[in-house]
Write a protein that binds this ligand. Sequence first.
Ligand code: TRP
Length: 332
Amino acid sequence: MLGDKKVVFSGVQPSGNLTIGNYLGAIKNFGAFSEEYKCFYCVVDLHAITVRQVPADLRRRTYETLALYIACGLDPEKNTLFVQSHVPAHAELSWLLNCYTMFGELSRMTQFKDKSAKHADNINAGLFTYPVLMAADILLYQTDLVPVGVDQKQHLELARDIAGRFNQAYSPTFVVPEGYIAPTGMKIMSLANPESKMSKSDVNQNAVVYILDPKDAILKKFKSAVTDSDTAVRYAPAEKPGVSNLMTIYRCFTGKDYDAIEKEFEGRGYGDFKLACGEACADALAPVQSEYARLMADKAYLEEVMKKGAEEANYCARKTLSKVKKKIGFVI
Ligand code: TRP
């Protein structure tokens, strides 16, 4: 809680190439939280450097990510949008929490195991302690709710364990956060392999639709989407994963339910259906894309948003940090 409102916190990696999976399963729904919660959305540049980054790209992507979030409907007047490295308390609390996190716990993190296999030439300590920084992000704001993808569930559990351990060792200091995993059915699968999640780092470019893809690319990708040898547009995820995934996408973009979609395409082939999906997607993304372009042409505005966000975040974060330092026994 902060004041009389519960708190939502989420972090996003500074990578401009967000997919329609990120959009439909997460960002698009984030705006609704701000009515009821105090919301913080943080561009996590400190996390990003656990893998090598080209400096100019990192800097550009930080702007891009912020612009994309605003373009997707997160109003900077209603949400605190900020950059992690602008709030020193994140790095500071992260060190403190390192001393309340066990080596064994971090060794069990599956993302660490995956990433260290993938970046075998750069298994740095930051990659190992990544989840502690994430815990610091969350706990600094006395967060109640953390919207995350399933892949972050283990990190969130760890944040809860660290909070509980600290509270136990001293006295209640941190809110123990709950995860908010997007409701099922909102999970968007790859267009090329509907058994696996749509991932922004997929090497097969036809598998992924990015929020910033131009219309012709979107239509082409939907046209080449994997379906099945049947012809009926029918929702049956186990039996017809490709078609069902397209139906989910179509439903999310148009608001029509599965029954209505089945009726709409009754007796028509997959060709028509895929075209309709592509059109619906491109139409829905068009206003997001033009707003994004407008924002990217206005760096001064984005910097203003970052500055205001950092001030708000700093204020809240510093309060928690000094509480923590006092409990530990530091002279402050
Ligand atoms: N680790 C998250 C991811 O890769 C990003 C993240 C960093 C985050 N800090 C966070 C998410 C705090 C939620 C809350 O997606």
